[in-house]
Design a protein around this ligand. Structure first.
Ligand SMILES: NC(=O)c1ccc[n+]([C@@H]2O[C@H](COP(=O)([O-])OP(=O)(O)OC[C@H]3O[C@@H](n4cnc5c(N)ncnc54)[C@H](OP(=O)(O)O)[C@@H]3O)[C@@H](O)[C@H]2O)c1
Length: 268
């Protein structure tokens, strides 16, 4: 595509109605000089609340379902019509479902792939014609990207895809001056685990357990602050907290069977 005539400077943040995405919205607004920040998720109210507190940028609320083809085509059309200069894309929307692959619902697992993989890939592709040198892409992966994960199998596989794509694009887009960062957090205190446990397999279970040791859980604010620092340093990965850094550094060197056994211990 020939270089479009770019006007206003914007950021696009997905999954901005909760958790990490809300925090990205707050911190990106503070860190960058942008005309608009486009916030995407299905629920509008939390996005309106965060946008009301913006000081420098106008918050544009886009209540879209990233798994819906019509919604994504409408977003693509809006970008092509308005021709903004996209300075930052944060591909953060995502969810996981915990349980045995065969007993989780087929549709809820296919939707996970549609959101975590297809939606993220689509958005990354459609923003590129509107990015110039200095633009930045944040792909929210997970520490789960570094190993297969029994009872979290599809989720971990989607995040391995995100990490792989992100690192390839970090290399590919360097020549255009576009930074690409994969954020690989361990457990964060967000709605993620309640969403993860709301599924076909868990619906008849009682006394649902926390899937991770509490001491590993960190706050969204710290994860996002570290991600924005790593983004500015041109790093390809952002991993917050010592135990998670140790996990992602050691795991590639451990026997796969040992890692699989250790991770399967959180079976519900
Ligand atoms: N929390 C953790 O422990 C953890 C650890 C590692 C990685 N992550 C990753 O961090 C990212 C953010 O998760 P979180 O922890 O902040 O969880 P969260 O609080 O559940 O937030 C998920 C966000 O994704 C949005 N979303 C879900 N389905 C969507 C759809 N079909 N279309 C558009 N938006 C959709 C949700 O908004 P609506 O429901 O309003 O649509 C929400 O804003 C995810 O990619 C997750 O995999 C989380």
């Amino acid at each position: 595509m020939s270089q479009a005539k770019l006007t206003k400077k914007i950021a696009i943040i997905t999954g901005a109605s909760s958790g990490l995405g809300l925090e990205f919205a707050r911190q990106v607004e503070k860190a960058y000089y942008l005309d608009e920040i486009w916030l995407i998720a299905r629920r509008s109210e939390p996005m309106k609340d965060v946008a009301d507190r913006f000081h420098k940028s106008k918050g544009i609320i886009l209540p879209l379902d990233i798994t819906d083809r019509g919604d994504m085509l409408a977003l693509h059309k809006r970008i092509m019509d308005e021709k903004p200069q996209i300075e930052v894309l944060v591909n953060n929307a995502g969810y996981g479902k915990i349980g045995p692959f065969a007993e989780l619902g087929l549709e809820e697992q296919m939707q996970m792939i549609d959101l975590n993989v297809r939606g993220l890939t689509y958005l990354t592709h459609i923003v590129l014609p509107f990015m110039q040198s200095g633009a930045k892409i944040v792909q929210v992966a997970s520490a789960a990207a570094f190993s297969p994960s029994p009872y979290f199998s599809v989720y971990a596989a989607t995040k391995s895809y995100v990490l792989s794509l992100s690192e390839a694009l970090h290399f590919e887009l360097k020549g255009r001056g576009i930074e690409v960062l994969a954020v690989c957090p361990g457990p964060i205190a967000t709605e993620f685990f309640s969403v993860a446990q709301k599924n076909e397999y868990m619906k008849n279970k009682v006394g649902q357990a926390e899937p991770f040791n509490r001491f590993l859980v960190v706050g969204a604010k710290d994860v996002v602050a570290k991600a924005l620092v790593d983004l500015n340093k041109g790093r390809k990965r952002s991993v917050f907290s010592l135990p998670i850094k140790a996990f992602v550094s050691i795991v590639p060197f451990l026997p796969r069977s040992l890692v699989l056994r250790a991770l399967s211990m959180r079976k519900q």
